[in-house]
Write a protein that binds this ligand. Structure first.
Ligand SMILES: *Cc1c(COP(=O)(O)O)cnc(C)c1O
Length: 404
């Protein structure tokens, strides 16, 4: 085994060697600008970009012409939301999203709100799913866009995308989904699910960092976006800027590999994840899985270990790279807004750990993590007066705490 063990695949993934091999020529001898029309260097680069477009389209049930390359999913989300808000301003100004979205969506909505948009942020239920009746009720005459993520990056919960797509289509509202965590991990089909725009990112699927794409539907309906970057009019006028050819080649190759290997990979990871979950829940009491288990990515496990500080647990298992449910912002530790949206108290949110499994996770690593987490949680609880009181049967919610 190699230490530290990487179990944070939702944050980023290592580059697959096969992806790097595909990219290398485009960083060395095949360095042309894909927009150069006058010589073979340009043609060669353009051909590689078109191959990548097909590989990406094929993973999500789209056509090559519907793929717009960006610098990553943050940009894709910005382009989708701002591009629609600007283009369809005469039709309406209302956008619907959800409380557990990535900041790239929520903060873009905040910005649009400052510019006159009305934003509805749907709450989620205790299992992390949105309520479809609430979605239906939120739609008004002025609604131009619904943006709901495919799968959540903290808790791996997969939203009812096909149903959301159906509702959006019925009401004539555009539907964008941030599918960064879902593409390449579970089957995604923009046609079947009536998705009008979809964001994806290279570095979450064993491709390079700094490259992503936005799928933009061309037919039924034809989605139009106001460009957010002015310049040479690349990408059908939607995103100017010289194409990142090696990055795009890598993104394409990464999508092709995911498409070929998804059936076996997802089954393998789900089995490892289930082993991790069952063992931790069996070894440790007062341990809870956050978010729906049924509607969940195969590679995600998010667990709260009551009476244990996530940060202390992280330090105790410092040879395992995972994330905690606390976001370190300047001086304070904020509990995760995603876990809070599920109704978790600050305590449970602070005691949560996200385990993200991936292509290079082995069973040996899972076994090590089970042993290590069990040992450290037990040790930390031995030091916890609250856990002692809980063991003695004292109802902590009824204790009157006084400050001295
Ligand atoms: C990582 C991530 C993003 C941001 O993607 P970048 O390519 O890093 O900008 C957006 N949404 C979700 C759900 C993510 O996990």
């Amino acid at each position: 085994m190699n230490f530290p063990i990487y179990m944070d695949y939702h944050a980023t993934t290592p580059l697959d060697q096969r992806v790097l091999d595909g990219m290398m020529p485009y960083m060395t001898s095949k360095f042309g600008n894909a927009a150069s029309r006058n010589h073979s260097f340009g043609w060669e680069a353009e051909e590689a970009v078109e191959t990548a477009r097909k590989q990406i389209a094929s993973l999500i049930g789209a056509t090559a012409k519907e793929i717009v390359f960006t610098s990553g999913a943050t940009e894709s989300n910005n382009l989708a939301l701002k591009g629609v808000a600007e283009m369809y301003a005469e039709r309406g100004n209302h956008i619907i999203t959800a409380s557990t979205e990535h900041k790239a969506t929520l903060d873009t909505c905040k910005r649009l709100e400052k510019h006159g948009c009305r934003i509805t942020i749907l709450p989620v239920m205790a299992d992390g799913l949105i309520d479809l009746d609430m979605l239906r009720e939120a739609i008004t005459e002025k609604t131009i866009l619904i943006s709901i993520m495919y799968a959540n990056n903290e808790i791996g919960v997969v939203q009812p995308i096909a149903e959301i797509g159906r509702i959006a289509k019925e009401k004539g509202v555009l539907f964008h989904t941030d599918a960064v965590q879902a593409t390449g991990k579970i089957p995604v089909d923009v046609t079947k699910d009536n998705i009008d725009m979809l964001s994806l990112s290279g570095h979450k699927i064993y491709g390079p960092k700094g490259v992503g794409a936005l799928y933009v539907r061309r037919r039924n309906p034809r989605v139009q976006l106001t460009a957010q970057m002015d310049g040479g009019g690349h990408e059908r006028g939607m995103r100017s800027g010289t194409l990142n050819v090696p990055g795009i080649v890598g993104l394409g190759k990464a999508c092709e590999i995911c498409r070929d290997e998804m059936p076996t990979e997802s089954k393998r990871l789900a089995a490892l994840r289930d082993k991790l979950k069952s063992a931790l829940l069996a070894n440790l009491d007062e341990t809870y899985v956050n978010g729906s288990i049924e509607h969940r990515l195969p590679n995600n496990l998010n667990i709260s270990f009551a009476y244990v500080e996530g940060e202390s647990l992280l330090m105790g298992i410092n040879d395992v790279a995972v994330s905690s449910g606390s976001a370190c912002t300047s001086a304070t530790l904020e509990p995760s807004y995603v876990l809070k949206a599920l109704g978790a108290g600050d305590d449970l949110a602070h005691s949560s750990i996200r385990f993200g499994l991936g292509r290079f996770t082995t069973e040996e690593e899972i076994d090590y993590v089970i042993g290590k987490v069990t040992e450290v949680v037990k040790k930390l609880r031995e030091l916890s007066p609250l856990y002692d009181m809980f063991k003695e049967g004292i109802d902590l919610s009824k204790v009157q705490w006084t400050a001295h």
